[in-house]
Design a binder for this molecule. Structure first.
Ligand SMILES: [Zn+2]
Length: 103
């Protein structure tokens, strides 16, 4: 029998003195560190690689539709919107098509 023992450490101070602290809005397990008081997600979901990000940004520039991008790449719209804020180059020339609500 193989037992997998996973030891989690605080991602801020590497302390092992952490306790479970419920789940966040996405349903991810959170922990609280007794040493530094950090309150974070235990296993953060995989981030997008820079390449993937670039690809999506380029697609956004071509199609300029957050909805279409999120459907094509499976990225949430808030995620893409956050990237756009961080990469002003990708958002250049913004305001061509105002986002329509509803639909
Ligand atoms: Zn800590």
């Amino acid at each position: 029998m193989i037992k997998m023992i996973v030891k989690y450490k605080c991602r801020s101070c590497q302390s092992e003195d952490i306790v479970k602290n419920g789940r966040n809005v996405c349903g991810n397990q959170q922990y609280r560190c007794k040493d530094c008081g950090a309150c974070k997600v235990l296993e953060p979901t995989a981030r997008y690689s820079d390449e993937r990000k670039e690809e999506i940004m380029r697609a956004y520039q071509e199609r300029s539709s957050l909805r279409g991008i999120s459907r094509t790449f499976g990225v949430s719209r808030p995620t893409v919107a956050a990237w756009l804020k961080k990469t002003p180059a990708a958002a250049r020339g913004g305001g061509r098509t105002p986002p329509r609500k509803g639909g």
